[in-house]
Design a binder for this molecule. Structure first.
Ligand code: PAN
Ligand code: ZN
Length: 195
């Protein structure tokens, strides 16, 4: 790849980039163990491997100084009362931050540090979210019909550490209660000193 400047268009209020070099799709089968209601997860999966979210990325060299960026689209839906969400990760180079800009839809970003400090921030069109270094992050679509569409940019050497989150998930879950999103404790989550 040459290193000339490049541009691309994203149709507002939130669409697929006009050009992209990498399209990642994640289905229900890749989220095994991540949803609290394991019975409903298994029943849904038996009925088909639904597409939960997609990432369109413009590839750049994965080295310090470069910035990886693209569009993440989380489709609407739930497993039991828990909304469709991304796997979530720490950056492998943990001291790297990320900026998200919400283009369309309704949702939240669930975040936490290795020490178990947590935060949940709303995502809606127009909202910029800064995820500081050391904070794991997962986007959740709390809308009932629309995609949650975000633009993201982060240091290209950051890498992804999915393993820590796969073990027990995030400290907080986002579930529908009385027709609205609510933040509840994840019963599987243990503080760092008890793991
Ligand atoms: C985003 C995420 C994207 C998909 O590009 O990778 O939203 O989420 P998962 O990687 O957790 O499946 C990002 O945060 N990159 O660092
Ligand atoms: Zn990230």
């Amino acid at each position: 790849m040459d290193n000339r400047p490049f541009t691309f268009d994203i149709a507002l209020p939130g669409g697929i980039p006009s050009t992209y070099s990498n399209h990642i799709t994640r289905r229900l089968s890749s989220m095994r163990g991540q949803y609290a209601d394991e019975e409903t997860y298994a029943a849904l999966l038996a009925g088909g491997d639904a597409l939960l979210y997609e990432v369109y990325e413009e590839q750049v060299p994965e080295k310090a100084g470069e910035l990886l960026h693209g569009i993440s689209i989380v489709h609407p839906g739930k497993v039991g009362d828990e909304y469709f969400m991304t796997k979530g990760h720490f950056h492998a180079e943990i001291a790297t931050a990320e900026v998200y800009y919400c283009l369309a839809g309704q949702g939240v970003m669930v975040m936490e540090t290795p020490e178990g400090v947590w935060a949940v921030e709303e995502l809606r069109a127009g909202k910029v979210l800064y995820v500081p270094p050391r904070w794991a992050h997962r986007s959740v679509n709390t809308g009932s019909e629309a995609d949650l569409v975000t633009f993201f940019v982060y240091p290209a050497h950051a890498g992804h550490d999915y393993g820590s989150i796969e073990k027990q998930g995030f400290r907080k879950l986002i579930v529908e209660q009385g027709g609205r999103p609510a933040i509840v404790d994840n019963p599987r989550w243990l503080p760092p000193e008890q793991r």
